[in-house]
Design a protein around this ligand. Structure first.
Ligand SMILES: Cc1cc2nc3c(=O)[nH]c(=O)nc-3n(C[C@H](O)[C@H](O)[C@H](O)COP(=O)(O)OP(=O)(O)OC[C@H]3O[C@@H](n4cnc5c(N)ncnc54)[C@H](O)[C@@H]3O)c2cc1C
Length: 265
C-alpha cells in the first residue's frame, strides 16, 4: 500500500491577520506549523501503513521554509517527502495548487504506484476545502470528502464513513482514490525520539514546475482563474439590541418589526 499524504505549512494560530493595505495574509513574524487537519490525515496514513504494510509519502507545495513540515512528517512516521517549490507557483489559487499537487502525485505515481491520497478537510489559513476534491478531479480518481472513519481497508479497496449534511454515509472506493479527512479520523501520535532523529537526516526531494512537467499557463497569480478583489478582517461589533416586551408574542412582534425596519426581512 502506497499512501500519499498532502500537508500544508500554515500559521500556527487561527488568529490569521490580513494587511488592510494589500489585502494579503501577514505571514512575517507568524510562527508556522503543519496545518492542524493534516496532522490527522498523516496519522491515518501511518495507521493504514502499520495495518497493511507499505509506505507513506508526503507532498507539500510551498516556499522553501515549508521543508519544516516535511521533516515534521518524517518525525510523525512518514517515509519519503516531496516539496514543490518554485516562483512559478507563487500566488496560485486552489485550482492551480491542486493542479501542481496532482502533477507531483503523477510523477510519484510513475516511480511507485500510489493507492491512496489523503488530505485534510481544510486549512486554517485559506480554509476552502477545495484541494482534496480538486486533486481527484485532475487525476480522475474517485473521491470521498469529510471522511470520519475508515471502516475497512485491504489490498482491493477502502470503505469509509463520511459526514454529510444530514448524517453519515458509507462509501466503498477502489484504488487509486483520494479522501479528505476530519479530525474524528485519528489521534495524532507524539513524535518519537527515533522519528525526530530521522527527520533531521531525511532527504527532502525538491521539484520545480519543470520537474513535474506542469504547464506554466496553469500556475501562479497570472494564470489562476480566481481574482481576490478584497480581503479584510471583519470588524467586531458588540452592539446588541435587547428586544423587550410583556410576553413572548409582544417580543416576537417587536423583533419582526425591527428586522423589517433594518431590511433583513
Ligand atoms: C487569487 C489567489 C491568490 C493567492 N495567493 C496566495 C499567495 O500568494 N500565497 C499563498 O500562500 N496563498 C495564496 N492563496 C491561497 C492559496 O491558493 C491556497 O492557500 C491554496 O490553494 C490551498 O487552498 P486552501 O488553503 O484553501 O486548502 P484547503 O482546500 O482548505 O485544504 C485541504 C487540504 O488540502 C491539502 N493542501 C492544501 N494546500 C496544500 C499545499 N500547498 N500543499 C500540500 N497540501 C495542501 C491539505 O491536506 C489540506 O488539509 C491565494 C489564493 C487565491 C484565490
Amino acid at each position: 500500500m502506497h499512501i500519499l499524504a498532502c500537508v500544508k505549512q500554515t500559521p500556527k494560530s487561527d488568529n490569521v491577520k490580513i494587511d488592510p493595505a494589500t489585502g494579503c495574509l501577514i505571514r512575517s513574524g507568524a510562527e508556522s506549523a503543519m496545518n492542524p487537519f493534516d496532522e490527522y490525515a498523516l496519522e491515518e496514513a501511518v495507521v493504514l501503513k502499520e495495518q497493511l504494510g507499505g509506505q507513506v509519502s508526503v507532498i507539500t507545495m510551498g516556499p522553501p521554509a515549508a521543508e519544516n513540515v516535511l521533516r515534521d512528517s518524517i518525525a510523525r512516521g512518514a517515509d519519503k517527502v516531496y516539496q514543490l517549490s518554485d516562483m512559478a507557483f507563487a500566488g496560485s489559487d486552489t485550482w492551480s495548487t491542486s493542479y501542481a499537487l496532482a502533477k507531483g502525485a503523477e510523477k510519484i505515481n510513475e516511480a511507485q504506484k500510489i493507492d491512496l491520497i489523503i488530505c485534510g478537510k481544510q486549512t486554517n489559513d485559506s480554509d476552502t476545502g477545495h484541494i482534496g476534491p480538486q486533486i481527484s478531479a485532475w487525476l480522475n480518481w474517485p473521491n470521498a470528502a469529510f471522511v470520519k472513519r475508515v471502516v475497512k481497508a485491504d489490498e482491493q479497496c477502502i470503505v469509509v464513513e463520511r459526514l454529510t449534511e444530514s448524517g453519515t454515509e458509507i462509501l466503498q472506493l477502489p484504488y487509486p482514490c483520494v479522501i479528505s479527512v476530519v479530525k474524528e479520523i485519528s489521534n495524532p501520535r507524539v513524535r518519537s525520539v527515533k522519528g525526530r532523529m530521522a527527520a533531521k537526516r531525511a532527504e527532502v526531494v525538491k521539484w520545480t514546475a519543470d520537474d513535474i512537467g506542469a504547464d506554466k499557463n496553469k500556475l501562479g497569480i497570472q494564470h489562476c482563474p480566481t481574482r481576490v478583489v478584497k480581503s479584510f478582517s471583519p470588524q467586531r461589533n458588540t452592539n446588541a439590541v435587547v428586544v423587550d416586551g410583556a410576553n413572548g408574542k409582544e417580543k416576537a412582534a417587536k423583533l419582526v418589526a425591527l428586522l423589517k425596519e433594518n431590511k433583513y426581512i
